[in-house]
Write a protein that binds this ligand. Sequence first.
Ligand SMILES: Nc1ncnc2c1ncn2[C@@H]1O[C@H](COP(=O)(O)OP(=O)(O)OP(=O)(O)O)[C@@H](O)[C@H]1O
Length: 245
Amino acid sequence: MAEAPAVVVEDIVMQYRVREDRTAGRRLGGLLPGGRPVSRIDALRGVSLEVPRGQRLGIVGRNGSGKSTLMSIIAGLRQPTSGRVLVSDYPVMLGVSAVLNRDLSGYQNVLLGCTALGMRREEARRRAPEILGYAGVSASAGRPMRTYSSGMRARLGFAIATVVEPEILLVDEALATGDAEFRRRGRERVKSIADRAGAVVLVSHTMRDVRDNCDRVVWLDDGRVVMDGPVDEVTAAYEAGDGRP
Ligand SMILES: Nc1ncnc2c1ncn2[C@@H]1O[C@H](COP(=O)(O)OP(=O)(O)OP(=O)(O)O)[C@@H](O)[C@H]1O
């Protein structure tokens, strides 16, 4: 019998309701009980997919196509309007704005981040030098994060999120800010997670990152899957139409 997949997304629909600013003059929907105009945004219109263990899935699509919404629903950070997500383990989500505290030092963020991921404090302390070294920020470990460059923040966020290789890693544009070295390390870790039968879902606008890191690609447009297949085929079709299906 085939092994159960790491992630199953079943017919996810996501509608956001937004209160319009009256002065903006854009009124698309009805009225909320308070009499204020609302509009409905259909971010996902019935998305289904499965990510088997050991697979690195890329998600591509134009701005506003629903990629980040789908990722936050898989991560359990948002409830869909309908449909459901089944996961084999708690996913770890890594985004551009990785949850790091800008007023704390890099070292303190490592302790905080690792314990938030379930590591014991002593182990976090013991492994902090390795994590800071991997991120390439050892020399700045005592400085507040607000003094770090965006690339340094991205590297540290990535090092923390992947220190205990999660079974399911969700990467939302987080590789985009890094330099060549960071991308190489990212690629190695993403591969290592997949090699250990974990699953990685990666959102990116950079087709090079998708080709380097993924085995399969799902193309979203206007909240729907328009193509799902091998990396070369989907990225070529995506590029041929400049992201338009
Ligand atoms: N919190 C929110 N409230 C209301 N609408 C939202 C919210 N987040 C996203 N949307 C809307 O949902 C749609 C999908 O947005 P989403 O951020 O998922 O797209 P995306 O593909 O990740 O875009 P990008 O490539 O620009 O990051 C867009 O129309 C967006 O305006």
